[in-house]
Ligand binder design. Structure first.
Ligand code: FMN
Length: 323
């Protein structure tokens, strides 16, 4: 049995699961592992360092993977898109900003353009601009995002974009989430947090450990980790992380942080290198409750798909027939 959707047909994959292009976490090895297991892995171009992206594409070897960019950051280094397109990735993924001038080169290269959006309005605009696949990202997601929740956002986007396949993202980390997303009208899911503690992920071992033991009760959206990392994120986006000593200390005192910024930046850099998760950002979503172990990416994907197939085939236990 297999789950065949508009997404799997469009991308020529066998499982309706995309790996989120998590900046500096979704490298070539993780992306290749997800593609090899039947989904589509995507390398996280993040803040656009060309050497890093080149190295990670090489790492994926002859396994086809996509590459994702933060759109507003790509605006500052637009040449990177051409460098990546020349490597013939399987798809280009753009999130956080209007597609604008990046549509033409992707179309000319005949690559699928995947756009991640956070509102119905953004979905409509992305489709008008030429997106081939829309990822509707709810606020439950790890990393940057906005205010709307996955459950109502996904069907509203499905209704708004006609025949364009919609992928659900934000809070989905097992087969229950995948089955639910398909029921909402999505053609698949995009998962970041689910793969954060995968063997192949580039996250620090302490970050993986924190993800395995964390509760979704202890994540929040905020700005403080962007301030300390020197990323000038435009509104309306902010970042979901685990709450830790650093965020507790500074999230409500941005003026205090500004006054002590240089010293705090130095402390933060040292903590990040040491993997001190009481200080460094553990970028993760509400679905951390569902991550119980570090394991190979293929096992994560296979378990998710098998559970969804089982649920979809059996139907909910409370449905009775023959009334
Ligand atoms: C560690 C981490 C890093 C992320 N980095 C990026 C990124 O660089 N670019 C991007 O478009 N999305 C990024 N995201 C968000 C994902 O694209 C995706 O929307 C999110 O992971 C989906 O929700 P989930 O974490 O609940 O699966 C990141 C997410 C995580 C957890």
């Amino acid at each position: 049995m297999a789950i065949e959707t508009e997404l799997t047909k469009k991308l020529g994959i066998s499982a309706p699961v995309l790996l989120a292009p998590m900046g500096m976490v979704s490298g070539g090895r993780l992306a290749a592992a997800v593609t090899s297991a039947g989904g589509l892995g995507m390398i996280g171009g993040g803040y656009c360092d060309s050497d890093w992206v080149r190295k990670e594409i090489k790492e994926a070897g002859n396994i086809q993977v996509g590459v994702g960019f933060i759109t507003w950051a790509l605006e500052r280094n637009p040449g990177l898109l051409d460098i990546v397109i020349a490597q013939r990735p399987k798809a280009i993924f753009l999130s956080f900003g209007q597609l604008g001038r990046f549509v033409a080169p992707v179309k000319q290269a005949d690559l699928p353009l995947i756009a991640q959006i956070q509102s119905v309005e953004q979905a409509r605009i992305a489709v008008e601009e030429g997106a081939d696949i829309i990822v509707a990202q709810g606020t439950e997601a790890g990393g940057h995002g906005s205010a709307r929740s996955t459950l109502p956002l996904v069907p509203a986007v499905v209704d708004a974009v006609g025949n364009v396949p919609v992928v659900a993202a934000g809070g989905i980390a097992d087969g229950r989430g995948l089955a639910a997303a398909l029921m909402l009208g999505a053609s698949g899911v995009l998962c970041g947090t689910a793969f954060l503690a995968a063997d192949e992920a580039l996250a620090h071992p302490n970050v993986k450990g924190a993800v395995v033991s964390a509760s979704g009760d202890r994540t929040s959206r905020g700005k403080v980790f962007d301030t300390i990392r020197g990323y000038d994120w435009p509104s309306p986006w902010n970042i979901r992380t685990l709450v830790n000593d650093f965020s507790r200390r500074w999230e409500s005192d941005s003026e205090g942080l500004q006054r002590d910024l240089e010293q705090q930046k130095a402390n933060y850099a040292a903590a990040r290198d040491a993997g001190d998760v009481s200080v460094t950002a553990v970028i993760a979503g509400e679905a951390v409750d569902l991550i119980h172990a570090q394991q190979p990416a293929a096992d994560i994907l296979n378990a998710m798909v098998a559970q969804a197939e089982d649920l979809l085939l059996r139907g909910p236990a409370f449905l009775t027939s023959g009334r």
